[in-house]
Design a protein around this ligand. Structure first.
Ligand SMILES: Cc1cc2nc3c(=O)[nH]c(=O)nc-3n(C[C@H](O)[C@H](O)[C@H](O)COP(=O)(O)OP(=O)(O)OC[C@H]3O[C@@H](n4cnc5c(N)ncnc54)[C@H](O)[C@@H]3O)c2cc1C
Length: 460
């Protein structure tokens, strides 16, 4: 294989060195290694990527697309070996179109670099997975990633207008357009969006931009109980207040949070809501003040409108790094991204608490509460097979509790391998069979990221 890859991408464009390949065995869940790739390929352009895919197809070699490997569901791991196609070198921003409010960028562009480039021109690209300093646009599109801003602005899927993609046989397609409206044929753009690398390799995306809101204002509310915090979130939404971000932090994460912020937040409550409003400076401040009043009226213990933008920036910076900061305090975290309708958040929070009591597991619940996307997390102070098994069983109960409330198994990370066993519970057999027929139409040889989305025993 090495000789063939050298011919297709040059000696710098691939590796079969076992040391280089080690990192490709897992994603950001480093304790869960899955599959050994035989080679990693790093194309510099779409033509090279297409040539590698045609080669993989002709030789029936599994091929797994990979962006930054920051996923949390095992989506980019080569569970059946073969080639990992790393998009790191596809990093061009080809166009920022002022007159059309769109941009074209390659799959390997890091999200934070893209946001910086468009903001430098006065535009705004809202999707903000908290891994933005490393994750790629291709990975974001492939997982339909979202973040705190989803409550007001939606997720990556709401910004994808068109895609350039390579089919598993090496053919190039261009879906969608740069038009705001597009009504011809099946919407392949949004079929590929969220397809987790199982249908095609995305090489370029045409993305919608917005004008940058002129100002933001942040507010904080510490709540005596998780139930109250959850209730404030659903009441807020019911009253038509739409923050640009609305995050829920638990006491355990507050303790970590407070190591980095000044003044610290009171830790005697069970939860803290961190909120941002945007618009003109006046509008943002008015919304924050109204929200602060509503939180006080509903019984929050300590409510603060943060007047200094620098102080607010620190809060949000620490929030965006909270997951790795919390991970570093424990031996292991098992975390998921169950999403429930926002009016069911209080019930979900209560169910998670009950499951924690019943199982004796240390469970926390943070999340992008404004959009119902919760991150139930099991914190492990020791590592053992027995505890891991209990944690997996506990998390299965949490996922099922979310489904019972009309929720979904994943709001942003995707299914990958970790949640494959739960897909049928959410979608049912018929939808999975339909998806399998769609997969066959794109990928008749089954080489694209095999072993993902549904468990192997469900393969048709
Ligand atoms: C600290 C931390 C915080 C996070 N916060 C969030 C968050 O707030 N919101 C959120 O949504 N996620 C979050 N994530 C998860 C993850 O960062 C996102 O899923 C992100 O979109 C993955 O991008 P990536 O480039 O790392 O993709 P990878 O992890 O490399 O791949 C993810 C999936 O996309 C596929 N893929 C990647 N590139 C392509 C391509 N070009 N064509 C086709 N398929 C492709 C892969 O095969 C895989 O199935 C977080 C992760 C970490 C570690």
């Amino acid at each position: 294989m090495a000789k063939d890859l050298a011919r297709l991408v040059g000696p710098e464009g691939f590796s079969t060195d076992p040391e280089d390949l080690l990192v490709y065995r897992h994603d950001a869940i480093a304790y869960f290694a899955q599959g050994d790739p035989e080679a990693v390929v790093l194309p510099t352009d779409t033509a090279q990527a297409a040539a590698v895919m045609a080669y993989a197809s002709q030789n029936h070699i599994p091929l797994t697309p990979r962006g930054a490997g920051s996923g949390l569901s095992g989506g980019c791991t080569p569970v059946q070996g073969g080639i990992v196609l790393d998009t790191k070198r596809l990093k061009g921003i080809q166009e920022i179109n002022r007159g059309n409010l769109t941009a074209k960028a390659q799959a390997g562009v890091v999200l934070a670099d893209f946001q910086q480039a468009v903001e430098a021109q006065g535009f705004f690209y809202p999707p903000d997975p908290q891994s933005k300093s490393v994750c790629t646009l291709g990975g974001n599109v492939a997982t339909r990633a979202g973040g705190p801003r989803a409550v007001k602005y939606g997720t990556t899927g709401n910004y994808v207008l068109g895609l350039e993609a390579v089919l598993p046989n090496g053919e190039l397609i261009r879906t969608g357009s740069a038009c705001v409206k597009h009504s011809a044929g099946y919407d392949l753009t949004h079929l590929l969006t969220g397809s987790e690398g199982t249908l095609a390799l995305i090489t370029q995306a045409t993305l919608r931009l917005l004008p940058k809101p002129p100002a933001t204002c942040t507010a904080l509310a510490v709540c005596p109980s998780m139930e109250m915090a959850a209730r404030i979130v659903s009441e807020t939404i019911a009253n038509g207040v739409v923050p640009s971000m609305l995050e829920l932090l638990t006491t355990a994460s507050l303790a970590v949070f407070n190591k980095f912020v000044s003044p610290p937040l009171p830790e005697e409550g069970e939860a803290c809501l961190l909120m941002e409003f945007d618009g003109t400076a006046q509008e943002a401040l008015r919304q924050a003040q109204e929200m602060a009043k509503a939180c006080r009226d509903m019984g929050a213990m300590d409510v603060r409108v943060v007047s200094q933008p620098e102080e607010a920036a620190v809060y949000w910076m620490v929030r965006s790094r909270l997951y790795p900061l919390v991970v570093s305090r424990f031996k292991r975290l098992v975390t998921e991204d169950v999403t429930v309708p926002r009016d069911r958040i209080p019930e979900f929070a209560a169910k998670v608490q009950r499951i924690a009591e019943e199982t004796g597991l240390s469970m926390g619940l943070t999340g992008h509460a404004g959009d119902g996307n919760m991150h139930p997390t099991i914190r492990m102070d020791e590592i053992s097979d027995e505890l891991q098994q209990r944690a997996d069983q506990g998390m299965a109960k949490v996922i099922k509790a979310g489904l019972a409330l009309g929720g979904v198994i994943s709001g942003e990370h995707g299914v990958g391998v970790h949640k494959a066993q739960f897909l049928e519970l959410e979608l049912g057999q018929e939808q999975i069979k339909l998806m399998q027929r769609i997969k066959k139409a794109f990928d008749p040889k089954g080489i694209m990221n095999p072993g993902k989305l549904w468990p192997p025993e469900m393969e048709g």
